[in-house]
Design a protein around this ligand. Structure first.
Ligand SMILES: Cc1cc2nc3c(=O)[nH]c(=O)nc-3n(C[C@H](O)[C@H](O)[C@H](O)COP(=O)(O)OP(=O)(O)OC[C@H]3O[C@@H](n4cnc5c(N)ncnc54)[C@H](O)[C@@H]3O)c2cc1C
Length: 494
């Protein structure tokens, strides 16, 4: 069934005759930009495709059972409840018309057109599979709560399936092998946590398998771990990962991924197949496709990662009322980190407010680098702050402090600390719950042409006969998927 075109084309009526600011995204840029406009004489409409603000740096802890999803993803509506000039709308922005000054968004087939006087685009970045998008089915990335919960299900599910297989006397090596692709901060943190799970948390939980037998492999085409942290910290991190039981494979390019494993290619041209049911993709980012929409209308350049070139004041060439911030921009080699988005969004808010107050134009945007850090395991981290290079417990304490400051909401800070005490001082992980739906829903939804919109009736009058036909078609599709799987055209039967 093809997705029906959205039938509603409703323009949002401005709430007042004040200056209308639209903010796209509820991530670091979107939330901090909206908050920074709290005292400005404007109405702010934040449009985002999720109803929560996401603290991405802790996604790996949701995936490995340390934190619950709510602790790192508070509802944006609640965060902004007291900010009277802010309104939150759920919707995926599909178009921005710079000439008409409108933003078009969709949710479940409902379309909304929102006019703006000033616009802040902070739609972030997605995973890049470097042109191999078919890897995504078997190696989920780590960009959203859906990703983290799916990975949680896959990781803990692999141990469950291994227990089952071992109890039947089968070889379960492929189930107990976990491969993380990408040795940047996310890959290092993920590999470290899976190793701690296997060698510490789960050691008493199984009868037919020993979780200690699990192989955790970290693969990267680069010659070192954590390249932006420099050679010394990279070497230190690699050693600490190996002490934890992680196998680090460098100079190894992933050339194929399927349900049962992956193939890595070395510089000398040799190849190796690794049998592993659980793969995590933590390599490469691609800026949000809205960058392309904006580039087409302005002639602004896009770099290889799809990031758009902006003016030094973060505006688009020829459109001083449109700001782009965070992971979407290519400016002065700024890194894709939270502080670039936060500082950029605050800067844009200040410019908008200043213009309305008739103040002189701001100086160009200047990023203040507060440092970077990555955690390897409990009590071990690396950090770069200015010229300082820190390792071990001191860096870990710094990591703890910084993350506590930036987690949104007092309650979330308290519960995160409790969970950290359970996991770091004890050996427990209280957030191990996962469901079959979490593991398989993403793949199933992707097989529907119109995604979730295919599963709901379209706006407008309810036509029972059309609904029945649509559901019959969906059932036929599901039956076809089952046939493809049963005949091993898709996936491999256990
Ligand atoms: C796993 C992981 C770990 C990380 N660790 C660190 C770290 O330790 N330190 C650090 O500084 N940085 C880290 N980062 C990077 C940091 O999270 C990003 O740089 C930061 O989130 C960028 O902010 P942003 O506002 O540009 O985008 P995001 O925070 O990604 O926000 C984008 C927002 O736009 C919304 N959106 C996207 N497309 C649309 C659309 N079409 N319509 C409507 N809404 C849309 C999304 O739902 C989201 O709300 C990490 C990132 C990841 C993925």
């Amino acid at each position: 069934m093809t997705a029906e075109a959205p039938t509603l084309d409703r323009a949002l009526v401005p709430r007042s005759d004040r200056h209308q600011v639209v903010v796209v995204g509820s991530g670091f840029g979107g939330l901090f930009g909206t908050k920074a406009l709290r005292d400005a004489d404007v109405d702010v409409t934040m449009i985002a495709k999720t109803s929560h603000h996401l603290f991405q740096p802790l996604l790996y802890q949701v995936a490995t059972g340390i934190l619950s999803e709510g602790e790192i993803a508070p509802p944006t509506r609640e965060v902004l409840a007291r900010q009277k000039n802010a309104q939150v709308l759920l919707g995926e922005v599909t178009d921005i018309d710079l000439a008409a000054r409108t933003v078009t968004s969709h949710v479940l087939g409902r379309e909304l057109v929102t006019p703006y006087d000033s616009l802040i685009v902070a739609a972030g970045a997605g995973q890049s599979y470097f042109g191999n998008d078919h890897f995504a089915e078997f190696a989920p990335g780590m960009k959203s709560i859906d990703d983290a919960l799916e990975l949680r299900g896959r990781i803990f599910g692999a141990f469950e399936m291994a227990e089952l297989g071992a109890a039947r006397g089968e070889n379960v090596d492929h189930l107990l092998t976990f491969v993380v692709v990408g040795a940047g901060p996310t890959g290092v943190e993920m590999a470290g946590q899976i190793a701690e799970l296997a060698h510490r948390t789960l050691t008493r939980d199984f009868r037919a398998i020993s979780s200690r037998r699990a192989r955790v492999i970290l693969v990267d085409a680069a010659p070192q771990v954590l390249p932006p942290f420099g050679a010394r910290l990279g070497t230190w991190t690699k050693k600490k990962l190996e002490d934890l039981g992680v196998e680090v494979m460098l100079g190894a390019l992933v050339s194929e991924v399927d349900e049962r494993g992956l193939v890595v290619k070395y510089k000398d041209g040799s190849e190796e197949h690794i049998s592993a049911v659980t793969k995590v993709w933590a390599a490469g980012v691609q800026a949000n496709p809205l960058g392309k929409t904006l580039a087409a209308q302005t002639g602004a350049p896009l770099d290889r990662a799809g990031r758009i070139g902006v003016n030094p004041d973060l505006t688009l060439p020829g459109y001083p009322e449109v700001f782009v911030v965070g992971d979407m921009i290519a400016l002065d080699n700024l890194p894709g980190v939270a502080q670039v988005a936060i500082q950029g969004a605050k800067y844009a808010a200040k410019v908008i407010d200043g213009r309305l107050k008739g103040k002189a134009p701001q100086k160009p945007f200047k990023y203040f680098d507060k440092g970077s850090m990555a955690i390897i395991s409990r009590f071990r981290a690396v950090a770069v702050v200015g010229k300082l290079r820190l390792t071990g417990f001191v860096a870990w304490l710094m990591w703890l402090g910084v993350h506590l400051v930036y987690i949104t909401g007092f309650k979330n800070r308290v519960t995160a600390v409790l969970h950290w005490l359970i996991s770091f001082l004890g050996r427990g992980r209280s957030e191990r719950t996962s469901t079959e739906q979490q593991i398989f829903a993403r793949v199933a939804l992707q097989r529907l042409t119109g995604g979730t919109s295919d599963l709901v009736s379209q706006p407008g009058e309810y036509d029972a006969e059309a609904e029945r036909r649509r559901r019959d078609e969906l059932e036929q599709r599901a039956a076809e998927e089952v046939r493809l799987t049963d005949t091993q055209v898709r996936g491999v039967k256990a």
